[in-house]
Write a protein that binds this ligand. Sequence first.
Ligand code: ARG
Length: 589
Amino acid sequence: MASLTRDLTAAAGAAFSAMGLEERWGAVRRSDKPELADFQCNGAMGAAKAAGKNPREIAGAVAEALKAYPLVLSAEVAGPGFINIRVSDMALSGRATDVLADTLAGAEPAPDPQVTVIDFGGPNVAKPMHVGHLRSAVIGDTLQRLLRFLGDRVTSDTHLGDWGLQMGHLVTELYDEQPDLIYFDANYSGPYPEESPVTIEDLGRLYPAASNKAKEDPARNQRSQTAVAELQAGRPGYRALLKHFIDVSVEALKVDYAFLNVSFDLWKGESDVDHLIPGLIEQFRTAGLAEESDGALIVHVAKESDKKEMPPVMLLNSRGGTGYHTTDLATIEDRMTTMHPAPERMLYVVDQRQALHFEQVFRAAELVGLIDEGHLEHIGFGTVNGPDGKPFKTREGGVLRLADLNAMAFEEADRKLGAANLPEDMGSEERANVARLVAVAALRFADLQNTRTTNYVFDLDRFTSFEGKTGPYLMYAAVRIKSLLRRAEADGNAPGEIAVGHDAERALVLALDGFGAALLGAREKRMPHILCEHVYGLSQAFSAFYGALPIANESDAALRASRLGLASAVLHQLEAGLQILGIDVPERM
Ligand code: ARG
């Protein structure tokens, strides 16, 4: 589906071409001054300079040519050669009609759809998720929805952290509690009992216990390290335990993610690529890229042009164990060889503070030829801070678990709903569902509306407010349109042919017209806030329209039907946009 911007750009481009000037001068954009024009084209100045001609003359000729299009109401030259364009009511009416009928609600598919892996979430088995994991989940899930909407072929992967020292802590601590478990038998080789020896609560207890002891006691830490080494070397009992730990964790993680409307195609983890590591190391050796250094095996990835220090990649540490670099490299190999078609792009939605790690891994992967250069992208994000400007902690100073955060948001949303005017016949089940949707809208929008790379302050009271630039405000805006349309329908007033005329209607359709550009921009920059801006702008344009003109109460039947049609188009696009942000709109609230 096209957009008015695109149609005008094509028309102006043709006019420049007809004069023997480059088509690109015809680029048209929304006007900075809506009181003067809907759109503007500033290309005449550049074109004139390049061709040694008079800019006002060129602008005049382009404006004349534009007037021949039914789409154009007026085209006027201003200042040194700006072209101010107003579009016709007919063009706007047609545009709104198209948006309503379009499955993409007026957007256009990506011109270059790609097979893309999005690696996000990144929770660690046994360690509780924290607010940083919230950001990865929300941004990653939104990108997956956005890219799919635009036609990319996306596979999402949580990439569980299940291969580090924390697994050694769990194994040893469990041994201290239950040394008789068959998994600890040195000769264990099965059977693998279906029932887990631990619950999620056990894991939540075992890990911090061991990790605290290890901090005080080097010998205790050493035991955990030995256990990880044995696990990584493939000791069957430990591998079986690992599988239980993962299963139990994943089950709990799925609950937290589902609350936030976050989903994954793959629940693979670091431990899943263990079998690829020997071959991977061989590839680095054969390519002459691996180097022994103090008993470790490293790969130099620094370049002449580096401005900051670029430490080598560590393939094997001095104990022969593998770490974060190696598992990430082996995961790239795994994806490239097991996925069909092979991914053209991998996006890693991970805290900005891991930028160096990804730079190192990406360079090593490219050096050894796992993937072509430039196809791995780190989609970094800032931290979630407390009111003190430091990374957000609980009142007791610990990390806030995602599950607790979800519960807090739910409670606050429920409290806010208590003050709202809910339908009288709303039962407790429906109310709880609405409270969850409000909580999710609050958390997700508050996160996504910021430029992803910046930090933001966690403020649940503000996030859950029904006023201001918040998820609940937008959700409520959509609910109100739904109920407006439902009431009109009940009164026998159906949406009809859209005929735009009033200024507030024109402004609303111009807002609708920006959806496609916002989505493509958000995709290109991997920046969901661009979509947030659009959705918020649209809801504001609707609210101006709603305030300025009668809709269901309009006495003229054709106008009434038209305004209801316009409201339907807005709802259609608003819901599509919110859906990409992971915000569901209830039928009523
Ligand atoms: N588990 C890691 C963490 O909690 C994040 C994993 C990110 N993904 C990756 N492929 N390294 O910090």
